[in-house]
Ligand binder design. Structure first.
Ligand code: PSU
Ligand code: MN
Length: 307
């Protein structure tokens, strides 16, 4: 396994000295935000984690390796390569195998793939923006993100701002319940909807402090209950978008995806890109603010888990 993992000097040093490490995904960099704001945000998010006493480990597939912690140059490369392959669980073997013709292909890891890589690297906390879930109309399309199955099986805590309402949030929560994935919320009882603080659904347990969250997560794993925990953290009030505005834009993007027959792994990137275009810079500012807020919560959780 070690042969697939390549640790940056900073992450290797953290592992050697037992410092808490926080994983970060790379799909959000190559597919989630425009260049150069994506690279700038990735750097700032890493610094927030350092300032809170943990070490950031942005994860991506570069040169046939799972890179855990990226250099400045690697971050720049990833951020300026929108053609990086979106790598989820089923794609990992393809980008890492030496005999598939994929050699050297740049891979941006999704929530599912980043959880797998974090698990392999022994990292317990992973910070992102939003997770994938059950798509609207899944009863006919069967479109359910592999992120949810990964949360069912892989023991990594995922700090996010909930899920976007491009998904069926109610069905996503039902699916997580079926698979025994606890959904925590921070600072409020409600499960957030990424751009807005409320989705209309409640999280399972409100745990406001890093100590409470760490104790819950530690207890789950000590019981032998493998699998992830969703730590949902609402976007800061002053950065949230008006609900009516974002709902209308999401409805329009969903209609376009349907009309154009967008299918499979292209669905989520298509919707994210259209939302970005239709909101102008507004959704990007919200996205950046919520990821930074998640970084702070995730770093504090990693410190508490390490104590
Ligand atoms: N949802 C978001 N932002 C994202 C993604 C989802 O609000 O960036 C990305 C994440 O990398 C997530 C992936 O893991 O899309 C899910 O894709 P799919 O629905 O194809 O499983
Ligand atoms: Mn899908």
């Amino acid at each position: 396994m070690q042969s697939f993992l390549l640790f940056s000097p900073e992450v290797a040093a953290a592992r050697a000295s037992g410092k808490p490490v926080v994983a970060l995904e790379s799909t959000i960099i190559s597919h989630g935000m425009p260049y150069p704001q994506n690279v700038q945000t990735a750097r700032e998010v890493e610094q927030i984690i350092r300032d809170a006493g943990a070490v950031p480990a942005t994860i991506a597939i570069i040169g046939g390796k799972i890179c855990v912690g990226l250099s400045e140059d690697q971050l720049e490369l990833l951020g300026s390569s929108p053609d990086a392959m979106k790598v989820s669980r089923r794609d990992l073997a393809y980008v890492l195998s030496t005999h598939t013709g994929s050699r050297g292909k740049l891979g941006a890891t999704t929530v599912a793939a980043t959880m797998i890589c974090a698990g392999l690297a022994g990292i317990e906390v992973f910070v992102t923006g939003g997770i994938g879930g059950v798509h609207r109309g899944a009863e006919t399309s069967f479109d359910i993100s592999a992120d949810l199955q990964e949360l069912a099986h892989t023991s990594v805590a995922v700090v996010c701002a909930g899920v976007k309402s491009i998904l069926d949030i109610g069905l996503t929560l039902e699916y997580l319940e079926t698979h025994g994935v606890p959904v925590l919320s921070v600072g409020q009882p409600g499960f957030p909807a990424f751009f807005t603080r409320e989705s209309g659904f409640k999280a399972d347990f409100q745990l406001d402090t890093p100590e409470e969250q760490a104790s819950f997560i530690r207890t789950k794993w000590q019981l032998g209950l493998q699998g992830g925990v969703v730590v949902s953290n609402p976007v800061p009030e002053q950065s949230a978008m008006p609900a009516e505005e974002i709902d209308a834009i999401i409805r329009r993007a969903l209609g376009e995806a349907d009309a154009q027959g967008v299918k499979g792994k292209a669905v989520t990137p298509f919707l994210l890109a259209r939302i970005k275009e239709l909101t102008g810079g507004r959704s990007l500012a919200t996205n950046i603010a919520l990821v930074k807020h998640n970084a702070l919560v995730g770093a504090r959780l990693a410190v508490a888990l390490n104590a």
